[in-house]
Ligand binder design. Structure first.
Ligand code: FAD
Length: 379
């Protein structure tokens, strides 16, 4: 069974590392980078240049998976063909798609052209370089940072940046720059309940971060962001760096006449994460519209991508050995948001669907524990 895995993110890598050499199973993985990125820690790399990658080759040892360092350009489900930017074409019997998501700029004028995203290592490097430049005595122009989107990524990023800002300000004798967090919706961190959100907001306030809730970004230029309130009041913010974390959508790379897509461009999958119209194709992670026990889409998170990947890895072996495939049963173990340094807020799932809310150091340890679990699951 000639099998292709596309992408070595949380989903694709979980598939590959669940495999072992199996008669009849011939697996190749296509990934543009020679490393796996801990996307959930990119905000730390952006602020502190933390190492957030792991080389892939050692992780794939003993799995029987061949890695090809290539960029997928097109996936044609009707022809069963995958083509790459480098001019290679692959055919398959079974395909696993795990190419993740891309930033959605919602066609806000000037935003895609002028904002940095936080999706890849190069984005984090760009933000880190700006912060250093802003503390160079010779730097001219606005030093302020405007971050659009107060979800998990935006909040984790501004709190880390605030810590770096404070440190560099002390070390280099220059005043700190201003950090704006702009959110069109009525609240920050909609995934959290009001009490935890209140703690998170208090932390943002203690860092001096200027949170603009209910402010829609209507336009961006190289050095300005225009924001508007629901009652039509407009304001222009000067920015040395604009960062957009306000939305994602599934990567639009897979084509098929009978392919169905749902909200966020995510590909409709069945209970075994296969595309109903193309049962030889599995879609895992942010690209797939995996459903929970209530028939609702699971959130696009590393936690769910990893679970889907591990299940699919085991299902590929079942497929090769003629066993019945197991269905996807998502399990949300908790949700933690880091707020810079050792501060975090979140909740952990308890038996009987109860939630245990946590703040401070304990929540930080829980957040780290989920990252360690991921590391140990792939090594
Ligand atoms: C800053 C930040 C913080 C986050 N924090 C959390 C968190 O705390 N908890 C949580 O659960 N989730 C978090 N998330 C979300 C989580 O990272 C994603 O849901 C998860 O990465 C999705 O996994 P995936 O495998 O679908 O995609 P990805 O992990 O993005 O993997 C996609 C892979 O495909 C590769 N690829 C893409 N295009 C191509 C191509 N054309 N050719 C070849 N290879 C390609 C990429 O290089 C990548 O390796 C965070 C995200 C960000 C950005």
């Amino acid at each position: 069974m000639k099998t292709l895995i596309l992408g070595a993110g949380y989903a694709g890598l979980a598939v590959a590392t669940k495999l072992k050499p199996t008669p009849g199973l011939d697996v190749t993985m296509l990934e543009r980078n020679p490393y796996h990125t801990f996307e959930t820690r990119l905000h730390e790399a952006a602020a502190h240049n933390t190492k957030v990658t792991l080389p892939l080759a050692p992780l794939l040892k003993g799995t029987g998976v061949q890695m090809e360092n290539l960029t997928v350009e097109a996936v044609d489900l009707d022809k069963k063909e995958v083509t790459t930017k480098e001019g290679k074409t692959f055919t398959y019997d079974t395909l696993v798609v795990g190419l993740g998501s891309v930033t959605n700029f919602y066609r806000i004028p000037g935003l895609a052209e002028n904002a940095t995203e936080l999706k890849e290592l190069k984005d984090a490097d760009e933000i880190f370089a700006f912060v250093n430049r802003a503390f160079d005595a010779a730097y001219t122009g606005s030093r302020d940072i405007v971050v659009g989107g107060a979800g998990l990524t935006g909040v984790e990023l501004v709190t880390e940046l605030a810590q770096r800002n404070e440190l560099l300000s002390k070390e280099r004798g220059l005043p700190p720059f201003s950090i704006y967090l702009v959110e069109a919706g009525p609240k920050i961190l909609p995934v959290l309940d009001d009490a935890l959100r209140g703690k998170a907001q208090a932390t943002l306030d203690s860092y001096g971060i200027q949170t603009l809730i209910g402010h829609r970004i209507t336009q961006a230029t190289e050095s300005t962001v225009t924001v508007q309130t629901a009652d039509g009041q407009s304001r222009e913010l000067q920015a040395g760096k604009i960062i957009w974390t306000g939305g994602i959508q599934a990567r639009d790379i897979v084509k098929g006449e009978r392919l169905q897509k749902g909200p966020g461009n995510r590909i409709v999958v069945d209970a075994t994460l296969r595309v109903p119209e193309y049962p030889e194709v599995f879609v895992v992670g942010d690209m797939g519209l995996g459903l929970n026990q209530d028939g609702k889409p699971v959130p696009t998170t590393a936690q769910h991508a990893g679970q889907q990947g591990r299940l699919t890895g085991k299902n590929l072996i079942r497929l090769a050995t003629g066993e019945e495939l197991k269905p996807y049963e998502p399990n949300t173990l908790g949700e933690f948001v880091s707020l810079g340094g050792l501060m975090a807020v979140g909740w952990m799932k308890l038996p009987w669907n109860q939630k245990l809310a946590m703040t401070g150091g304990l929540a930080h340890v829980m957040k780290r524990a989920s990252e360690w679990r991921w590391r140990s699951s792939i090594s």
